[in-house]
Ligand binder design. Structure first.
Ligand SMILES: [Zn+2]
Length: 315
């Protein structure tokens, strides 16, 4: 009897708590760990104020050379959603995934996307068939995933596909806010589509379609907009060019009437400057990752900055 009463009290106490409208309560934000700035920006745009996004690779660091310290691995392991590119760009992401419980959603952006291999470039003969992913410190870990050139985010059409995957992951962990995520996604997709239209319109008017850049970061961008990467200074960051390769780059620059060699803020511009001086052209900077003024962590602003820069050299 006494026991029954206690149970009754317990039930009546629990009652109001259990029936409190969950949707009205301020549910905690969804923590997201994104490997690179553009993925963090995509997630913020889709998640709005429902997400707390952390970028794992700090601005200024090259994603290729980045090996996360234990503090970054720990932060990544605490997040409820993990967003990364895949294709060997972040070989350490496998370790984060293994340390996670089932309660986590994972977005491997490259999964399901047709990857370009560096061997696809007709002008890289003599460089062997090594794929771009091979330059990561632990690239072998990623072999069972998508492989190839990882720079898919620099194509605004593929960016739309990535945002769709991010929205699906947020809905998976936070289904009560599905409508919000869907509405945010639609709005951002429209902005990405506008960006794509603008790039299509402007690149079509360029008289020079060929370019030389630091490493094969713009392969998907070039494919989308009918441009042609005739050479890169380093096939993989850290693998410096041979004298023979440099001579070939200079020949190509002259042959195609290229006016500029593109460097990158994450790497020393020294080799680009040597080539440019030898070929009598200028050096301009393209940023494949972001995080600097004037674009900061804003993907669309970053893309427009790169577009403006290319236009100066190729129009
Ligand atoms: Zn890269």
């Amino acid at each position: 009897m006494k026991r029954k009463l206690a149970l009754l009290i317990l039930v009546s106490l629990a009652g109001p708590i259990l029936t409190a409208p969950a949707a009205m309560a301020d549910t905690p934000k969804i923590t997201v760990a994104a490997s690179i700035l553009p993925l963090a920006d995509f997630t913020r745009r889709v998640g709005g104020d429902r997400v707390e996004v952390e970028t794992l690779i700090p601005p200024g660091a090259s994603p290729h050379a980045f090996e996360p310290p234990p503090s970054v691995m720990a932060r990544a392991a605490r997040a409820r959603v993990l967003v990364y590119i895949g294709a060997g760009l972040e070989p350490w992401a496998d370790r984060v995934r293994r340390s996670h419980t089932d309660a986590v959603a994972v977005v491997e952006a490259a999964r399901g996307i047709t990857m370009l291999q560096d061997g696809d470039h007709p002008h890289h003969e003599g460089e062997g068939k090594e794929v771009h992913q091979g330059h990561g410190p632990k690239a072998k870990e990623a072999h069972h995933h998508a492989s190839g050139n990882p720079h898919i985010w620099l194509d605004p059409v593929l960016a739309q596909e990535i945002c769709g995957k991010i929205a699906a992951a947020l809905i998976e962990v936070d289904p009560t806010h599905k409508e919000l995520y869907t509405a945010n996604l639609q709005k951002f997709l429209a902005e990405l589509e506008d960006l794509h239209q603008e790039i299509t319109r402007r690149t079509a008017a360029w008289t020079i379609k060929e370019y030389v850049c630091f490493h094969p970061a713009y392969a998907y961008f070039a494919q989308r907009y009918g441009l042609r990467e005739v050479g890169v200074i380093e096939m993989a960051p850290g693998r410096g060019p041979t004298p023979k390769h440099l001579r070939k780059l200079i020949r190509d620059i002259r042959h195609f009437g290229i006016r500029v060699v593109f460097s990158e803020p994450q790497f020393s511009p020294r080799v680009a400057e040597v080539i440019a001086q030898e070929a009598g052209v200028k050096v301009l900077m393209l940023d494949p990752v972001g995080g600097r003024p004037p674009y900061g962590s804003d993907y669309i602003k970053l893309m427009k900055y790169n577009l403006d820069t290319m236009e100066k050299a190729m129009k």
